[in-house]
Structures are given as C-alpha cells and as structure tokens.
Design a binder for this molecule. Structure first.
Ligand code: SF4
Length: 357
C-alpha cells in the first residue's frame, strides 16, 4: 500500500489495495487508534483475499507428553499430569481421529528430558504406517531444537530426518513474542528470536511449510506486537513458507505469569485480529482465530473483522485447559459449519495446506 494514505486504505478503495507493499509501523499505529477504520479495512482485505469463505480443518490433536525441561512462565501444561503416551496410545488416538474423518494429526508435547530425533521420528513413522494418507503436522521449532541438541546433530539434519519420516508441516508455535527482551522475561530458556527465525526458515527451505503464531495479552507492549509481526513479514517475504497466522490469546489461569499479565478485553482481541489481517496483507492470506482460547462466540465475532479460518476440530486439547480454558476440547465439523454460517459466511473444509477437501 505504499503511495496510498491510510485514509485511502481505510476507505477500502480498490486502488488502495493494488500495491503489494505492506503498511508501515506508523500507519499500523494510527489504525490501532482508529478502530472503525481498522475494522473496515480488515474486513475489506479479508474479503479481497478469501471472499466469504471461512475454512477449518478436521484434525486430531495429540499432546503426547507433558514432561518438560522448560520453564515458561505462561505455561500451565508442563508436568500438570506427568504423563507420556505410549506408541500404542498415540495410535489409538490417531485411529479415533481417522474414524471421525480427520485429515491431519497434530502432534506437540513438552520438552521431555533426553528425547532424541529417533524418538520423534518413530512417532511419525508409526502413525504413517497405520494411516498413510494422514497429514502429520508436528513439532514446534523449540521441539526441533531440543531434539537436535539431544541427538548432537544440526537442526537441518533433524528436519531432514523428520521429513523423511513423514512430517508434512510444522506448527509455528514457541514464537510467543519475537522480541528477546520479552522472551528473557517469560521464557528465558526458550530459543531466541533469531533461532526461531532460522529454524522456521530452514524448514521452509527444505519444503516443510509452517504456521506462524503470536501469544499476546501478557506483558508485551503494543510495539512488541508490531516487532513480532515485522519478523513474520520479513521471513514470509523471503520464504513464502507460512500457511497462516494464528493469534493465541494468553490464558492466565494456573500460570506464574497470570498475576502480572495485562489481559485483553473483547475489543482488544477484535482489534488485534483485524490488525494482523492488515499488517500481514498481502503476504499471509490466512488469518486464524483460536476458538479454544477465545471461546467459540468470540472467535465467531472475529470473522467480521479480518479472520478467515477457525483452525481445527482438535478432539483433544490439554494446553489451554491446563490454564483454565472452559471451552470444549472438540467441535465437530457440523458445529464449526454452524458457527460460520451464523456469522453469514460460507464454511469450507480444508486440508492442512489449504486445499479444499
Ligand atoms: S510452553 Fe512448552 S516448553 Fe514451555 S514449559 Fe510449557 S511445555 Fe515446556
């Protein structure tokens, strides 16, 4: 949108959206303080990018262990129940997912002590052996770093082995806020902004797409959120490997960070989703709201202001629930379709990589 004014962009004129350049930080800040313009522009760009379609994926989430050597202050999941699923238990969950029509298994866990690349590969291979057509969306950049350290190999080698074992794509979690000052406070042992950038870029280079995410509503400033979005824009303009951007509101319950986090009201959630659409246009087409963190009604409200994807049916979700989320662990495809239709949009079931099912 270079060469056009924010006023022009907010008016939603076709001319204002012709350019392939993104709004700069000053323009984004100005829009943040003019919510009506922000909402109008976000809705216009959503419609321009995706029409009236709102997508979702039928997936089965499996959090295979909560054992973790990490110490993230926003986490209520680590060692909550002290479990590690056996291969047999993982396969039972995958089979239950397939029976309900899942096209994707999403695998994430804590950083279990000593867990090496072979262990992560074995999980992928055993699911692929029984469910060869299932897309495996697995392991955050932090898990990749953890396994490569435990195995004494490079991140690149770890990623190659995972891909060989059936990895289809990765969640771009562990991003939290990509500003090292904030990371030092909320997750001091986690990978740095640069390490996150390098691992995700390496994955993209090897043909492993990832999502991108942001955990917001704790101690970060508005400027930190803008810096985070700028990191994503920089990566995407080089690699084009992000399939979507997922906003993850912080859930404070049972976490050390909870008592001193700011939190967000509904208006701020809506503005943040709208800002993401505007800031990432035209680099990232799909902006996703998390129904499990926002609650289904608030997630549906974001569909009017920039969001075009409601993520997955999940079937099991332990991370938000450990932090006090009261939302269900499973929304059926029918329930998601109903939610989307009630918002006046057209539901479409997609694959992990955004083809239609
Ligand atoms: S967020 Fe992940 S890495 Fe951090 S403590 Fe929790 S389970 Fe461990």
């Amino acid at each position: 949108m270079a060469g056009t004014s924010v006023r022009g962009a907010a008016d939603g004129s076709v001319d204002s959206c012709r350019s392939q350049h993104c709004l700069d930080e000053g323009q984004l800040k100005m829009l943040w303080h003019q919510p009506l313009r922000l909402f109008r522009l976000a809705n216009h760009l959503r419609e321009k990018s995706c029409g009236d379609f709102v997508s979702f994926v039928v997936n089965r989430n499996i959090n295979f262990t909560d054992r973790c050597v990490g110490c993230c202050k926003f986490c209520a999941f680590k060692d909550h129940a002290g479990y590690t699923l056996s291969t047999e238990e993982i396969l039972q969950r995958a089979a239950a997912g397939e029976e309900l029509g899942a096209t994707e298994i999403c695998l994430q866990g804590g950083l279990a002590p000593g867990m090496a690349v072979e262990d992560y590969c074995e999980i992928l291979e055993s699911i692929k052996d029984s469910h060869p057509r299932m897309h495996l969306h697995a392991y955050s950049p932090m898990e990749v770093l953890h396994m490569s350290r435990n195995s004494g190999i490079s991140v690149e080698d770890a990623l190659r082995q995972l891909k060989q074992s059936g990895l289809g794509s990765m969640p771009g979690t562990a991003a939290e806020i990509l500003v090292d000052r904030v990371r030092q406070d909320i997750c001091p042992q986690k990978l740095t902004t640069n390490q996150w950038r390098e691992i995700v870029s390496e994955a993209h280079l090897l043909g492993i797409p990832t999502t991108s995410t942001m955990l917001y509503g704790h101690v970060e400033t508005f400027e930190d959120r803008l810096s985070h979005l700028e990191v994503l824009r920089e990566i995407q303009s080089r690699t084009k490997g992000f399939t979507e951007f997922v906003l993850l509101p912080f859930i404070p319950g049972n976490t050390p960070l909870g008592p001193y986090s700011r939190g967000c009201d509904l208006l701020e959630h809506l503005k943040m989703h709208a800002l993401a659409r505007v800031a990432l246009f035209p680099l990232i087409t799909n902006i996703q709201a998390s129904w499990t963190k926002l609650g289904r009604d608030h997630a549906a409200a974001t569909l009017h202001w920039g969001v075009n994807d409601l993520g997955g049916t999940l079937m099991e979700e332990n991370i938000s629930r450990s932090a006090g989320s009261k939302e269900a662990q499973y929304l059926s495809a029918e329930e998601i379709c109903e939610l989307i239709e009630r918002s006046g949009k057209r539901p479409v079931q997609r694959t992990t990589l955004y083809s239609r099912v």
